[in-house]
Design a protein around this ligand. Structure first.
Ligand SMILES: [Zn+2]
Length: 319
C-alpha cells in the first residue's frame, strides 16, 4: 500500500483486505496553505494529549468526509489471492452413492448398464430382460431403479445392483434369443451346459459363455459377489412362481408372502446352462428366479412384486 503526497495529513493508510487496492487522488487533498494553518492551530494547543485527540478527530473526519481518498482503483497490480477457494458444499451421501456401470455391450453394441445403489460388500443383484419376449421383466427392474433412486433409505444398509436389460437386442426385436439366435439363459458355463442345435428355441450357443450378454452377467456376479440374486423372467399359462436354486428357499418363501406366487424348487423341465444352474446350484449363491405372469400388465406385476423384492432385501439372509 502507498500514500499520495496530496492526501490529507500524509497518513499512510493500509487495508486488511487483499482484494481492494487503494489509491489517493490528487484532487481530493487540501491545499498546502490550508494544511499548514491547521497544523499551526494544533501546535498552539498547550497539552500534548489534547493535540493528539484533535489529530485523531481530523483523521476520522478525513476518512468520512473525503471518500475519494478510499476509492478502489484498477491501476495497481492485483495482489495475490490469499483467500482459499470456495469449496463446493458436500453433496448428500445418497447422490454420490448411486453409480452406473457398463458391464459390456450387446452383439449389436448396446451398452449393458447396471445401476448400483449404496456401498458395501455382497449387494443384492437383480436383472431382467434376458429374454426379449419378456418385457415386463425389464420394466419391473426399471421401476425398481426409479424407486431406489427416490428412496435411499431402502438401500442405505442394503446395497442393491440392478441390470434391467440384460438382452437389449432381443427386447428391441421381440425375440427370446439374442441377435445371434442364442438363448442367453442356456449359455452360462454351468456344469450341465450341453451342445444344442442352432435355431432351436433353447439353443445354448456354440460354447458356454460365448455371448457378450452372458459374459456381462457373469462379470457382474464375479465383481459383486452378491448376497443373493433375483433374475426376473415371465412365463405364460399360470406357471408364475418364485423358483429358487441354491440355499434360497427361505427367501423365496418371504417373497411368496407378498406376491402370493407359488414357491418352486424346480420348473419341472431341464434348464442346462441356465443362470440358476450356474449361480445357484454350481456356485451355491442363493438365487430366486422370479417368474412373472406373462399375461399381466406391468402395473399389476409391479404392485404384486414391489414389496416382495423389498421384503427379501430387508432380510439378512444370504451370504
Ligand atoms: Zn425367461
Amino acid at each position: 500500500m502507498n500514500s499520495h503526497p496530496s492526501c490529507p495529513l500524509q497518513s499512510p493508510i493500509t487495508t486488511s483486505s487483499p482484494l481492494l487496492p487503494l489509491s489517493f487522488p490528487r484532487r481530493a487533498g487540501l491545499s498546502a496553505r490550508r494544511r499548514e494553518s491547521i497544523l499551526s492551530f494544533i501546535a498552539t494547543i498547550p497539552r500534548a494529549g489534547a493535540r493528539g485527540f484533535l489529530l485523531f478527530l481530523l483523521l476520522l473526519f478525513s476518512a468520512i468526509a473525503l471518500p475519494g481518498c478510499f476509492r478502489t482503483s484498477g491501476s495497481l497490480p492485483e495482489p495475490e489471492l490469499t483467500v482459499p477457494p470456495v469449496l463446493e458444499p458436500a453433496r448428500p451421501r445418497h447422490e454420490t452413492s448411486i453409480r452406473t456401470v457398463t458391464l459390456g455391450y450387446s452383439v449389436q453394441g448396446k451398452p449393458l448398464v447396471m445401476t448400483v445403489f449404496g456401498f458395501g460388500p455382497n449387494p443384492i443383484f437383480i436383472f431382467g430382460g434376458i429374454h426379449g419376449t419378456e418385457p415386463t421383466s425389464a420394466q419391473l427392474a426399471n421401476r425398481l431403479v426409479s424407486l431406489l433412486r427416490d428412496n435411499p433409505q431402502i438401500w442405505r444398509n442394503t446395497p442393491i445392483a440392478i441390470l434391467p436389460q440384460a438382452n437389449p437386442d432381443g427386447l428391441a426385436k421381440g425375440t427370446r434369443q439374442n441377435i445371434n439366435g442364442v438363448d442367453c439363459n442356456r449359455n452360462f458355463p454351468a456344469n450341465n451346459w450341453r451342445t444344442s442345435r442352432p435355431g432351436h428355441r433353447f439353443y445354448g450357443g456354440p460354447r458356454p459363455l460365448s455371448e457378450p450378454e452372458t459374459q456381462a452377467i457373469v462379470k457382474a456376479v464375479q465383481t459383486l459377489q452378491p448376497r443373493f440374486i433375483v433374475p426376473i423372467h415371465s412365463i405364460p399359462g399360470g406357471k408364475y412362481c418364485n423358483n429358487y436354486d441354491g440355499p434360497a428357499r427361505v427367501l423365496a418363501e418371504i417373497m411368496a408372502q407378498k406376491n402370493h406366487y407359488p414357491v418352486k424348487a424346480s420348473m419341472g423341465y431341464p434348464t442346462p446352462g441356465s443362470f440358476g444352474s450356474w449361480a445357484g446350484i454350481d456356485r451355491n449363491i442363493p438365487t430366486i428366479t422370479l417368474e412373472l405372469p406373462r399375461e399381466q400388465p406391468i402395473s399389476r406385476v409391479w404392485l404384486a412384486n414391489r414389496n416382495a423384492i423389498l421384503a427379501a432385501a430387508q432380510t439378512h439372509i444370504g451370504r
